[in-house]
Design a protein around this ligand. Structure first.
Ligand SMILES: NC(=O)c1ccc[n+]([C@@H]2O[C@H](COP(=O)([O-])OP(=O)(O)OC[C@H]3O[C@@H](n4cnc5c(N)ncnc54)[C@H](O)[C@@H]3O)[C@@H](O)[C@H]2O)c1
Length: 253
């Protein structure tokens, strides 16, 4: 029987219309959570919410751009009006940008990465923390990257910088939230097999990355979903302010 670690819990997963966010949303729902499925792509969010509902779970699709603080506030208000509370926030939404030397990165692309990958995490945490603090309980998982620990394989300096910023934000939020029995942690996935990578890198590039990973494969969305579910569970109640690597021994330089 599937474990039911999240019965009665409500989770908000950003960027859950595809890739790792989708796997996280489906996994939390399978284990009993009601899931707010956010994505900037409305149809993608609705499709994942429909998948959860069809499997007997509870889900609400909310299209919102995480870089828009007002849209995020409205999304959280909507979640509360439908499900009554929030217990878990997974800040997964992110973009990669193009791989090119730093001096060739257009300022607009730099700003878009900071706005989505960094300010987006802040906006969602800012909207959800008062609810978790009032309950004196909750979990926040921020999706960083091995890029934030080292440098990006498929992205540029902007991606590396944005994911390093997520680690600083995670540490700071963890320290502030821990006295309220709230665990804030980050995951640092390495090269993962999702559309994000497949859209930006050639099959040859991906094949080469795969060969360089000691475990011999890219990570899967489910690998990340399993880690996030663990961090959101009570089994991880003493893990706070941590960054967990998920990279098949593709050790950081
Ligand atoms: N794929 C990898 O190798 C890898 C490795 C490490 C970390 N990550 C990180 O993991 C997270 C998920 O990556 P993925 O590979 O599943 O990506 P993906 O591109 O497959 O999915 C990301 C989802 O986020 C949504 N999104 C983008 N901008 C948004 C916004 N402003 N507001 C709301 N939703 C938005 C997209 O529409 C998409 O559905 C990202 O933060 C990414 O940076 C990915």
């Amino acid at each position: 029987m599937t474990q039911q670690r999240f019965t009665g819990k409500v989770a908000l997963v950003t960027g859950a219309g595809r890739g790792m966010g989708r796997a996280v949303a489906l996994t939390l729902a399978r284990e009993g959570a009601s899931v707010v499925v956010n994505d900037v792509q409305a149809a993608a969010a609705e499709a994942v919410a429909a998948e959860i509902t069809a499997a007997g779970g509870r889900a609400l699709a909310v299209a919102a751009d995480v870089r828009d603080a007002r849209a995020v506030d409205a999304m959280v208000a909507r979640a509360i009006s439908i499900f009554g509370t929030l217990d878990i926030l997974v800040n997964n939404a992110g973009i990669l940008g193009n791989t090119r030397p730093a001096e060739e990165i257009p300022v607009e692309e730099w700003e878009a990465l900071m706005a989505i990958n960094v300010t987006g995490v802040f906006n969602c945490a800012r909207a959800v923390l008062p609810i978790l603090k009032a309950k004196r309980s909750g979990k926040i998982v921020n999706v960083s990257s091995s890029a934030g620990r080292s440098t990006s394989t498929f992205g540029g300096a902007h991606y590396t910088t944005s994911k390093a910023a997520v680690l600083g934000l995670t540490r700071h939020l963890a320290r502030e939230a821990a006295p309220f029995n709230i665990n804030v942690n980050a995951t640092a996935p390495g090269s993962m097999d999702t559309e994000m990578v497949r859209e930006r890198a050639s099959p040859e590039r991906i094949e080469a990355a795969q060969r360089s990973i000691p475990l011999g494969r890219l990570g899967t969305p489910q690998d990340q979903a399993n880690l996030v579910a663990f961090l959101c569970s009570e089994e991880a109640s003493y893990i706070a302010g941590a960054t967990i690597d998920l990279n098949g021994a593709d050790l950081l330089l």
